[in-house]
Design a protein around this ligand. Structure first.
Ligand SMILES: Nc1ncnc2c1ncn2[C@@H]1O[C@H](COP(=O)(O)OP(=O)(O)O)[C@@H](O)[C@H]1O
Ligand SMILES: [Mg+2]
Length: 226
């Protein structure tokens, strides 16, 4: 599903943010990416989300080598993944509902069926956003905007979910609701990569961890030290 082989990343001759990273994830795997601020969590997730290219090494998603795929295959790959960027990136002058709906129309559904609309409503409801469905994204709090970004990523039922500190702006209740959604997706067969620096999550929901340090990752089964 996801294979990184000898992946390095650096910007303009600077130090290597990632240095020869190897990683393999299978369908249904759930992986935390942990590490201190500036360790390279977001950089790693951007590479997996096809937002950036590695400086060297190869990344395979769904069996395709990203450095050699055609533009149309890359589009199809992007439609099969749900990415929650750390900086959220909603469209400010669209409503909450339309920000989520756009994710479906970009995936090719121009006219949303009643079923799709129902799915959006259900997700918004679970995230406590239904009362704000017609509010402009620009009027949301940081936590609300982050939940919209999660809804936008999950509404297509992606096979690969890449979430960058998706609970960073949430209180405890919403943190566990969001974790529940990610775990259910994983149980349903989606592969989940979740960057976090929330020790309580990692302690309470035990999953494999990729610990980033000095540009390299070490895999730990369920992090006991963290
Ligand atoms: N576009 C960029 N240009 C130059 N340096 C960058 C860029 N993006 C990230 N970095 C640097 O890469 C390092 C890792 O950043 P990041 O991946 O955001 O870490 P984390 O998400 O773990 O906090 C940081 O030192 C950051 O300053
Ligand atoms: Mg980050």
């Amino acid at each position: 599903m996801v294979v990184l082989a000898g992946v390095s990343k650096w910007y303009q001759n600077q130090v290597r943010i990632l240095n020869q990273v190897n990683l393999e994830l299978k369908k249904g795997d759930f992986l935390y990416v942990v590490g201190g601020s500036g360790a390279g969590k977001s950089s790693l997730l951007r590479l997996i989300a096809t937002e950036e290219r590695p400086s060297s090494g190869t990344i395979q998603l769904f069996g395709y080598n990203l450095s050699t795929v055609s533009a149309s295959t890359l589009r199809a790959i992007r439609q099969s993944l749900g990415y929650v960027p750390q900086d959220v990136r909603l469209i400010p002058d669209l409503s909450v509902f339309d920000n989520v709906a756009l994710s479906l129309s970009l995936a090719g559904q121009r006219v949303l069926s009643a079923q799709c609309k129902g799915k959006i409503s259900e997700l918004l409801n679970r995230m406590g956003l239904e009362p704000k469905r017609d509010h402009l994204a620009s009027t949301l709090s940081g936590g609300e905007a982050q939940r919209v970004a999660v809804a936008r990523a999950l509404v297509r039922s992606p096979e690969l979910i890449i979430a960058d500190e998706p609970t960073g702006a949430q209180d405890r209740d919403f943190t566990w609701s969001l974790m529940d959604l990610f775990l259910k997706s994983s149980a349903g067969g989606a592969t989940v990569v979740l960057a976090t620096h929330d020790r309580e999550i990692v302690r309470r929901v035990r999953k494999r961890c990729a610990v980033l340090k000095g540009g390299q990752i070490s895999l730990e089964e369920a992090l006991s030290l963290y």
